[in-house]
Ligand binder design. Sequence first.
Ligand code: HEM
Length: 345
Amino acid sequence: MASMLMCFLVFFGATLAAGFSDAQPKPVPGLSYTFYKSTCPKLESIISKQLKKEFKKDIGLAAGLLRLHFHDCFVQGCDASVLLDGSASGPSEQDALPNLTLRPAAFKAINDLRALINKKCGVVVSCADVVAVAARDSVALSGGPNYKVPLGRRDGLTFATQNVTLADLPPPTSNVSFLINTLNKLNLTITDLVTLSGGHTIGLAHCTSFTNRLYQTQDTNMDKTFAKNLKLTCPAANTTNTTVNDIRTPNTFDNKYYVDLMNRQGLFTSDQGLYSDSRTKSLVLKFALNQTQFFEQFALSMVKMGQLSVLTGSKGEIRTNCSARNSGSGLWSVLEPLVETASTF
Ligand code: HEM
């Protein structure tokens, strides 16, 4: 009897523990995990099926899509403003320096998904949600954690100016204090910083993003052999060549980025600094030694980043074409306050 009771307690305890570890963070008001349950129930399988096909042809697209979500969310919130083409009102976010290296294939993949979803469900899913789910699938299909994405974002009507875009996306030459301050303005913590930087476990970088560490003087915080090889790829500071972000497993989403940092083989000043600064070093070590802990925290930090300043309810719109706001949306934004005023009389 006692052993049966023991068995029950062990089983019950384990179930509870599993339940806790599976717990999803509470979505911000307006978003939910079941947002398209009745309007587009197949949404997530449409996206993952299509991306599986695309990644077979070009696994680099996964990195492109993950970075696109980051660049969307850090500037004006996750409102797909980064997808808007420039217009008569001025150059778009896309034209700002940090966005010039976003992959054209990533923009195309989102527009292709948009068309596919419109065909199957009608125009009910926002481009911002498509970007968030595509980023999650990019992580999961590259070997990283699978996690649920709160949905219900709406698409913004405007893009940010060049100056705002530049101020919101930290450059790769940033030191840790600058990065902490930048993320702090978005209510993201030091843990979020170290964790989200782990996105550099996949993808590419252009020489111009790190040659500040090779020329004129070589960064002493970079492994000498690593630097020598990078100089072969980037014989001059402004070469247009690219190299992989994570030399150990460039196309796999794993914790090797942190192992790179421990070996002074991080690419950017902003990467390598995380291992020299006392505020971030212990977390780098923890993630280098324990991939499970990295994956769990990455899922949490991504869900947090993915909900930054989202538009919900009747704000913004659902764009028919992710590259342009709907025609007539300017008219609605003028009419809405009038309707509200009228109804108060
Ligand atoms: C913390 C501050 C960050 C800085 C300073 C930074 C900087 C950069 C730079 C300079 C590149 C290379 C661009 C190029 O030369 O082509 C890059 C690539 C990349 N970044 Fe970041 N990044 C940061 C955070 C993040 C975050 C939060 C994520 C996602 C969670 C991310 C995901 C990526 C990916 C996947 C690539 C490769 C893109 C591709 O291959 O197309 N980065 N990042």
